[in-house]
Design a protein around this ligand. Structure first.
Ligand SMILES: Nc1ncnc2c1ncn2[C@@H]1O[C@H](COP(=O)(O)OP(=O)(O)OP(=O)(O)O)[C@@H](O)[C@H]1O
Ligand SMILES: [Mg+2]
Length: 509
């Protein structure tokens, strides 16, 4: 097996002088699955964007199949057999799977031949053994299906080297397993895969070799069988990362949040919430587990006021807040970290600083409505430092930050707002191991401060590690209420999540 791709002394300096890659050297062999790991902001996405012709190269060389290449657009990269699935999906929700697959290929425009697109989609799905509904609208398909569609898009364009930037960040454990089976099949067919992930167990399970980036520089390439997860994370972060926390015994008595018999039916007539009741007390972390699409998102949107339930009540500190708007609910004292950080979490075009204070602006405004700029600046600088947000300064546009650093900024904003209850969805999605440890400790600090926390996460080890109680949702119902003092196992949670096992749940949740 020869090298299909090699980069030599590759350097990238963004406008504004940010050094994102510094003399990076690495190579990929034909037919291997090669992992690329590193802390948030280490330069992984930047490196891949240069290989895919999306970012210009400041200096250095890229060699594909033994020839130096100079890409000026992603079309050049595609012509050389390189395909990329981005960290954030690039699909059009209002178009069908088939239209998304064929969009933009060979001069096809919006008014392409629908029948042909459907036929081609079914053919390529069959060729690679991908199970996908060609005629469904993208907005109606699951996240796992969207991920498969992104990969099919790349294969359809003839890729032999596939770059996957954090493909599993948004997948459930089951969807991840399915994706890995597909990737192994593709490898058997001779394709080469570059796999970016923060989940080191996945790197060990799936990849042949791993290259580690730190602060824009390569720290070496290893055979994955020769390094442990601990060794990889030490090379990434520069210290040992520990995931064992001391939990103080809390005497939670005061009821902060109470949901009573929530009912919700979606636009298509599917019952999303079917009599959900639950309680969150002060100093308590209540975890919610469930395969995506079993009502968790609706539950949170209803609590936060962006959706209205058909029936049921949301009571916060004894007050009925059902159907109130999000601004009102926040002012009452609920903080919120949404699952989709780019869509709901931040204003992309605004600066890091503005994003850090946007939901908390009242605390910086005097009676006349004038904002205290100096106080704002100090507050932002402090948050950036405390939450280790890697940014040039508070004036940088937030969209110029790496994925994980955007997430850290949102966590910083929500954790610094004065609130009694935190609704937290997927807090560490796309976040590196060191920062996960940090965010987990912050969540536990909030608990010790007597705050109530409702935590939705697809990461079962995170739920088990942090929660005092875990509720499992299946088909819009709470099917289990597990006291987690003895640490429930991931397998057991999985059985409840799939509806194989059920447990009596008290009426009060
Ligand atoms: N468009 C841009 N303009 C300016 N700076 C940028 C831009 N994109 C990324 N950067 C900076 O380059 C550095 C590397 O970012 P990159 O997105 O490559 O990191 P990453 O390793 O992919 O991180 P993550 O794990 O969080 O996704 C960061 O400091 C980031 O702020
Ligand atoms: Mg990235």
């Amino acid at each position: 097996m020869g090298k299909v791709l090699e980069v030599i002394d590759l350097t990238k300096i963004y406008d504004g002088g940010i050094l994102a890659n510094h003399n990076v050297n690495f190579s990929v062999d034909e037919g291997e699955i090669h992992a690329l790991v590193g802390e948030n902001g280490a330069g992984k996405s930047t490196l891949m964007k240069m290989l895919f012709g999306l970012e210009s190269i400041t200096s250095g060389k890229v060699i594909v199949n033994n020839k130096e290449v100079k890409f000026v657009s992603s079309k050049d990269a595609i012509d050389h057999g390189i395909g990329m699935v981005h960290q954030h999906f690039m699909l059009v929700g209002s178009l069908s799977v088939a239209d998304n697959l064929t969009l933009g290929v060979k001069g096809r425009g919006f008014f392409q031949d629908k029948t042909k697109a459907l036929k081609e989609t079914r053919e390529i799905a069959k060729k690679y053994n991908f199970d996908i509904d060609a005629d469904k609208l993208v907005r109606d398909i699951s996240v796992g299906m969207k991920q498969k569609l992104e990969i099919l898009k790349v294969l359809y364009r003839g890729a032999k080297i596939i770059i996957l930037d954090e493909p599993t960040a948004v997948l459930t454990p089951q969807e991840t397993e399915e994706l890995f089976e597909k990737l192994v099949e593709l490898k058997k067919q001779g394709l080469t895969i570059i796999f970016i992930s923060h989940k080191l167990n996945e790197v060990k399970q799936l990849c042949d070799r791993v290259t580690i980036l730190k602060n824009g520089k390569t720290r070496g390439t290893y055979l994955t069988k020769d390094v442990t997860e601990e060794e990889i994370s030490r090379l990434m972060v520069g210290r040992d990362v520990v995931f064992e926390y001391n939990r103080k015994v809390m005497n939670s008595k005061k009821e902060l949040l109470k949901l009573e018999n929530m009912e919700y039916t979606d636009y298509f007539g599917v019952k999303r919430l079917d009599g959900v009741s639950l309680k969150v007390n002060d100093g308590e972390i209540v975890g919610i587990a469930g395969v995506e699409g079993n009502g968790q998102s609706e539950l949170i949107e209803i609590i936060m006021g962006s959706m209205k339930p058909e029936a049921g009540k949301v009571i916060f500190q004894g007050k009925d807040i059902t159907g109130k708007n999000t601004g009102f609910i926040r002012e009452e004292g609920i903080s919120f970290i949404p699952e989709d950080r780019l869509f709901n979490g931040c204003a992309e075009e605004m600066s890091v600083g503005d994003n850090l204070i946007v939901s908390n602006i009242a605390s910086f405004t005097n009676k006349l409505g004038i904002i205290n700029e100096k106080k704002v600046k100090e507050h932002c600088k402090e948050l950036i430092k405390k939450y280790l947000v890697k940014t040039k300064d508070e004036n940088q546009k937030i969209k110029g930050l790496s994925g994980g650093n955007i997430q850290k900024a949102i966590v910083a904003r929500e954790f610094s707002a004065p609130s009694e209850l935190l609704i937290i969805s997927q807090p560490t999605r796309g976040v590196d191991v060191g920062a996960i440890e940090f965010i987990h400790k912050k969540i536990l600090e909030k608990r010790e401060d007597g705050k109530g926390i409702l935590l939705v996460s697809a990461d079962l080890s995170e739920l088990i590690g942090l929660s005092d109680r875990i509720l499992v949702m299946h088909k819009g119902k709470v099917v289990a209420d597990l006291n987690n003092t003895k640490r429930v196992s991931e397998e057991e949670l999985g059985l409840y999540m799939l509806g194989v096992k059920t447990k009596e749940v008290s009426a009060n949740g």
